[in-house]
Design a protein around this ligand. Structure first.
Ligand code: HH2
Length: 285
């Protein structure tokens, strides 16, 4: 399998929640066999990375003990990592280390605190911004200037990570993590500010509740989680077109199509001369 690079199109990270309580797919892939077949389905659909998580981060989610989180994610990582790049979505040092042992090569860290672990393990790291914790983050999100504050935070954490010697650092504004719908839209409108930091940007809008609110019925009922594909794709496509190098999604096949349409990420310098990157957009109609 030839891994895609952002020189060809933005990358697609498929979400694999091995949890009973994730906000959109809780319980669906909790069983190990089902998780594996979902992972393989995402690979077949073109996922560049499969993001395995054993603890929901949705507002109000219960913390998961370390041994239970390990029990959920390690067998799945061991099975999938020979077939695709695997990231581990965790905030626990012990889980991150065991996941790397099992084959993960990227630590997706919504707490933006595990850079020493990533440096120690010699793997990539995603720094995500959040305000508060899952228990309280949606109570009263407040910023004087959400774009400036998130950008400054990510610049600071990314600096610490690069100083620690990590070669691959992704920055992510943490859509929905201690943010109102307005904050989310302001951040999406300002992706250029994140791209200007000079590190690859990851964006995760998939099925999140602000999309449900924006697509509410005339009576004001938010669109249900499984009716948020249009908003998910629209925001992912917007993000990629503005320079995001990777999107984190539930709907892999549709997102890969969108990524292909967008083509090489504007933020990414062109590959070396002669590198094979056929442009599917040049195909005759
Ligand atoms: N969003 C979620 C979880 N992890 N990681 C990054 N880097 N960026 C995100 O936006 C992000 C993330 C929440 O989505 P999901 O995994 O579908 O739900 P849950 O946390 O309930 O499992």
């Amino acid at each position: 399998m030839t891994p895609m690079t952002t020189e060809q199109r933005p990358l697609v990270m498929g979400i694999l929640n091995v949890t009973p309580d994730s906000f959109s797919d809780g319980g669906e892939w909790f069983d190990g066999e089902r998780a594996l077949s979902r992972g393989r389905q995402m690979i077949a659909e073109g996922a560049d990375v499969v993001d395995v998580g054993g603890e929901s981060t949705r507002p109000g989610a219960e913390p998961v003990p370390t041994d239970e989180e390990l029990r959920r994610v390690i067998p799945v990582i061991e099975a999938l990592s020979p077939e695709v790049r695997v990231s581990i979505d965790t905030t626990k040092d012990e889980v991150a280390r065991a996941s790397v042992e099992a084959g993960a090569t990227l630590i997706n860290d919504v707490s933006a605190s595990l850079w020493p672990t990533a440096a120690d393990c010699g793997v990539g790291w995603v720094a995500m911004h959040r305000q508060g914790t899952p228990a309280d983050m949606q109570d009263h999100p407040r910023y004087d200037d959400v774009v400036a504050e998130v950008t400054a935070f990510l610049r600071d954490r990314a600096g610490a990570a690069t100083d620690a010697g990590i070669d691959e650092v992704w920055i992510d504004p943490g859509i929905g993590f201690g943010k109102t719908a307005r904050h989310n839209l302001q951040l999406l409108a300002a992706i250029d500010d994140l791209v200007a930091i000079g590190l690859p940007v990851l964006i995760g809008t998939s099925r999140k509740s602000f999309l449900g609110a924006l697509a509410a019925s005339p009576e004001g009922t938010p669109a249900a989680v499984d009716h948020r594909l249009p908003g998910s794709l629209a925001t992912a496509t917007w993000a990629m077109a503005r320079g995001a190098g990777m999107v984190r999604v539930h709907d892999v096949a549709a997102s890969v199509q969108a990524a292909t349409l967008v083509g090489p990420t504007p933020a990414t310098p062109p590959g070396p001369a002669g590198s094979p990157s056929p442009d599917p957009r040049s195909t005759p109609w």
